[in-house]
Design a protein around this ligand. Structure first.
Ligand code: FES
Length: 495
């Protein structure tokens, strides 16, 4: 078959591909994102054609026109490689959160591998079980991103007949990550623990995700899934098994189970909360007697989706904002001109604009203008502010309803841990200023990748810890709470 070369500028990579290769199939690993799953509506997969030809169909031309892109741009999701080409792409600079934190463990013999299979990123660590020391780390973007950025698009892609490919690519990617770690340390693996949200667990396990696409979102078998490395296509010997840990509920997966283990909230006398501000926002409140948890549709705005100039934390994104002598100053990733705003800076922007009295308590722009300039060409529109209100209200309402379910007051929560890569970059004072978490900032702590910490804790234990957590945990549907609508509307307001 005819082969072509794709040169990627400015990262200087070259790929050899077969004739008629879809760009969407090869560019995801270089940081190109496909939030709309290849429908041609988001424009985020755009690349600039510097050399060579990419034929444009009529529909592709219309999409470029609708997105206001000049004639040298192409949407990767609509493009085929039919000759040698040079493309300009965003430099891959995705922030993936590994973990080096310490935790309590009882030493064991051998080596283990912990994997956090996230919707956006995958992190794997090789751990010496005698010391809990991390010997090697591998990170990558989840190759399923070419099927869409969020869980809903992934589930839809499975329903559209792509489930086999989605299972195969994720199994093979994790297999490669493990192989790379074992190349550096040729050791005998005792146990492999995987954690991830419910959809990731089902897709990895080659189970049907259809129940997650429609009410009542009930998964028949969210339990522990055990595999032989051979059936996953991994050329690896594992003394015990490869295990994907159980989900707690339909949209609360083993990443949150691991997060509970990482915070130790299931052992504490006082009430503690865990909030994972990932693509899906999950909330847990509990103590040693009882735990409640729920998922909210909070994540997309915090990850740049639905925000007109929203983007992930890559080069050119405003990462944070400060008020200096009455003026907003922006820190931009890569020290370049700002191209857009990522979730952490969106929270800063709202908090600062409120402080400057440029937006009112209903989220209205006080000047009556349709937008506010944040830095350079980056603006926030009235719609963006309203999108943020929807996301922050989802978290605030979730916390209130879970506290009510436990018959406690929000103020009874001693500590709140914020998990996830996004959570690591937020300014907690500004989170409080927006009303997303209605507790003093000194009760709120960032904890990093709690899913990975928990997965490592599971490497050292039998199922006792998991059974203990599951036995006292209730999964709540926030929308089913009779007070949900009123509470949610109330939380849309700024304090
Ligand atoms: S336009 Fe959205 S993925 Fe291509």
């Amino acid at each position: 078959m005819k082969k072509h070369t794709i040169r990627l500028h400015p990262i200087g990579k070259e790929l050899q591909v077969n004739d008629q290769t879809h760009l969407i199939d090869v560019l995801h690993e270089f940081g190109i994102e496909f939030p709309c799953g290849g429908k041609g509506t988001c424009g985020k997969c755009k690349v600039r054609l510097l050399d060579g030809e990419i034929a444009i169909t009529e529909i592709h031309r219309q999409k470029l026109e609708q997105l206001g892109l000049a004639s040298d741009w192409r949407l990767s999701c609509f493009s085929l490689c039919t000759n040698d080409i040079t493309l300009e792409i965003e430099q891959f600079n995705h922030l993936i959160l590994a973990d080096e934190s310490e935790f309590n463990f009882s030493p064991r013999e051998g080596f283990g591998i912990a994997v956090d299979l996230g919707t956006t990123t995958i992190v794997a660590q090789l751990v010496d079980l005698s010391s809990a020391k991390v010997l090697a780390v591998e990170t990558m973007l989840n190759p399923q991103v070419k099927f869409g950025a969020d869980l809903i698009s992934r589930i839809q892609a499975c329903l559209d007949g792509n489930s086999f490919e989605m299972t195969t690519i994720v199994r093979s990617s994790i297999g490669t990550m493990i192989r790379l770690m074992l190349k550096k340390y040729d050791v005998r693996v005792q146990k492999v623990v995987l954690v991830g949200n419910s959809a990731m667990q089902l897709i990895f396990s080659n189970c049907d995700v259809a129940p997650l696409s429609a009410y009542p979102f009930h998964i028949d078998n969210p339990g522990l899934k055990t595999f032989n490395p051979k059936e996953l296509g991994w050329d690896l010997e594992v003394k015990e098994n490869v295990q994907f840990y159980p989900s707690i509920g339909s949209f609360v997966g083993s990443d949150i189970l691991a997060g509970i283990a990482a915070t130790g909230l299931h052992l504490k006398e006082n009430y503690t909360a865990l909030i994972d501000l990932g693509t899906n926002g999950e909330i847990v409140i509990g103590n040693k007697n009882q735990i409640v948890c729920a998922s909210t549709a909070a994540g997309p705005a915090f990850e740049g989706a639905n925000i007109s100039m929203g983007m992930r934390a890559v080069t050119g994104a405003i990462a944070s904002l400060q008020l200096v002598e009455g003026k907003i100053e922006a820190s931009v990733i890569g020290n370049t001109a700002p191209k857009g705003i990522c979730g952490s800076a969106l929270i800063d922007a709202i908090a600062l604009l409120r402080k400057m009295e440029l937006i009112g308590m209903f989220g209205e722009i006080n000047s009556g203008e349709p937008q506010i300039t944040i830095a350079g060409k980056v603006i926030l529109t009235q719609r963006d502010i309203n999108e943020f209100q929807l996301a922050k209200a989802a978290i605030a309402a979730g916390l209130t309803i879970l506290a009510r379910t436990l018959s406690i007051d929000l103020t009874d929560i001693e500590e709140i841990y914020i998990a996830g890569a996004f959570g690591s970059y937020i300014n907690i004072e500004n989170v409080v200023e927006t009303g997303m978490i209605e507790l003093p900032a000194d009760k709120i702590h960032k904890m990093g990748n709690t899913a990975l910490i928990g997965a490592k804790i599971f490497l050292f234990s039998d199922m006792g810890i998991v059974n203990n957590i599951l036995a006292k945990t209730r999964h709540i549907s926030l929308e089913a709470d009779p007070g949900f609508q009123d509470i949610y509307v109330d939380k849309l307001l700024f304090p």
